[in-house]
Design a protein around this ligand. Sequence first.
Ligand code: DGL
Length: 274
Amino acid sequence: MNLENSIGVFDSGFGGLTVFKSIAHHLPNYNYIYLGDNARSPYGDHSFDTVYQYTLECVEWLFSQGCPLVILACNTASAKALRNIQQLDLPSKYPNRRVLGVIRPTAEVIGNFTETNVVGVLGTRGTVKSGSYLMEIAKFFPDIEVHQQSCPMWVPLIENGEHLKEGAEYFVKEYVAELLSQNPSMDTILLACTHYPLLIPKILKYLSPNIKLISQGDIVAKSLTSYLLRHPEIEAQVGKEGNRLFYTTGDTETFDLHASVFLGRDVQSRKLKM
Ligand code: DGL
């Protein structure tokens, strides 16, 4: 299988598969390598330096596999590592490679969903504390009021396959209620962590039907489509055999089980030792 020049898709674990699924659906012909750093997940509570170091290691590994372009399909990594990678590492070490995140493309369109101009953001502690969504949304939609809520238990529940069980209910109800209590006019809630779409059936139980729940998969896929059109020099480097390869730093059997259910296709991952 020729996987040279694949688009790299990176996440701390399984969550980025929600983005990968949409990207591969919108752009099926490209080659992709997905890397989940499950062994070191969750990233949400790690320091800025740790998230930067882990993310850079994973990005550099994807570069070593020939990826000209890497998508950080992880809000925490986008919030804490993307700027350094783009401003320090790429210019000095990899001037011809590109790394894109998920926060800016989401901030660019989130204002199109709200009518009350009150938006809620659910994310990891790292994403919420970074204030990245507050800053980015303000650039594109200065009139929108943004409220944030961190959900530190959600990624561990998902990474451990406990998210659809009854025990997860308490933490879903609690975090959603905390967010909604910040402003009852909120009509749009963004799932600003790529793991969270796996909890949608549970989250919807606690939202009134007038509230829109937004996941990032399609937003990021459309933004990538537009990026590749605007950057033919990068697009030309990406292989177009429709190949996919999955790597995890964690246990391959567990990864395959979760990823296969999630993607609706057989997944046989390879182990990457970091
Ligand atoms: N999917 C990652 C995100 O979008 C999860 C972060 C984590 O590992 O805590 O933020």
